[in-house]
Design a protein around this ligand. Structure first.
Ligand code: 13P
Length: 262
């Protein structure tokens, strides 16, 4: 089983002071949790101070985007070289970036390659919108996104990637996918497409998260699904207490109840 990974995506929230206060609050309660990975994808401005604040903890840090070039005349952009050493992860192709900032499967693919080249672990987001879901195009849309994102990658590169299946209709709406729906798309579309491209071995080892209105009230049933290896959480990751609960429940469901831990 891949190591479960629960990540918060703070989106455009938290000043440096707020980010540091969050880490202070979650550090102690999370100390006892092993065998699952957890982390925060923070705004660029908070990454350097957070890097120091999480030292000595198991909290992984991630960015929410980056450009694929190493340096140059790209005003306002952040390069993989700038992130290297500051964080381990980088979210790539979040639906909000696809929707508001013109990202496509092709730019997602370029960013993934650049991240891997510089030792950053991508969290690649895929997911269908409401209209596509209602038209029963989920399989086609999501498999096309996975194929586009992973075009020309080698098997050994894909092993290091995390995918987040985030149905757009479930993001920030309070209406999560049902555990069965999420499990079905992750297993039969996302993992199946990776298996088709790179083999079942790679697909089975890959961490595939669910994202979209995860909260303390529904995290247990979502994490109980076998194909779901963790979560990418927006709103409910902003509050320290809620974040700690999400990580704790993931640990209980995936490790303790499964008899995999001490
Ligand atoms: P919410 O958890 O706020 O629905 O956001 C999900 C998301 O987009 C995480 O990347």
């Amino acid at each position: 089983m891949p190591t479960p990974f629960l990540a918060g995506n703070w989106k455009m929230n938290k000043t440096i002071d707020e980010a540091l206060a969050f880490v202070e609050a979650v550090k102690g309660p999370l100390e006892a949790i092993d065998a699952v990975d957890y982390g925060i994808c923070a705004p660029f401005t908070a990454l350097a101070p957070l890097h120091d604040a999480v030292a000595g903890t198991r909290i992984k840090l991630g960015a929410q985007n980056m450009y694929w070039e190493e340096s140059g005349a790209f005003t306002g952009e952040i390069s993989p070289l700038m992130l290297k050493g500051l964080c381990e992860n980088v979210v790539i192709g979040h639906s909000e970036r696809r929707q508001y900032f013109g990202e496509t499967d092709e730019t997602v693919n370029r960013k993934i390659k650049a991240a891997l080249e510089h030792g950053l672990q991508p969290i690649v987001c895929v997911g269908e919108n409401l209209e596509q879901n209602e038209a029963e195009q989920t399989e086609e849309v999501v498999s096309t996104q996975v194929r586009g994102a992973f075009a020309d990658l080698r098997e050994d590169q894909v092993r290091d990637i995390v995918i987040a299946y985030e149905p757009i209709w479930a993001i920030g709406t309070g209406k999560a996918a049902t555990p069965e729906q999420a499990n079905d798309v992750i297993g039969n579309v996302v993992r199946a497409t990776v298996a088709d491209m790179f083999g079942t071995d790679v697909a089975e080892q890959m961490v595939i998260q669910y994202g979209g209105s995860i909260k303390p009230a529904n995290v247990e049933e979502l994490m109980s699904q076998p194909e779901i290896n963790g979560g990418l959480v927006g709103g409910a990751s902003l509050d320290p207490e809620s974040f700690v609960t999400l990580v704790q429940v993931t640990y209980e469901v995936k490790i303790q109840n499964a008899g995999m831990g001490g």
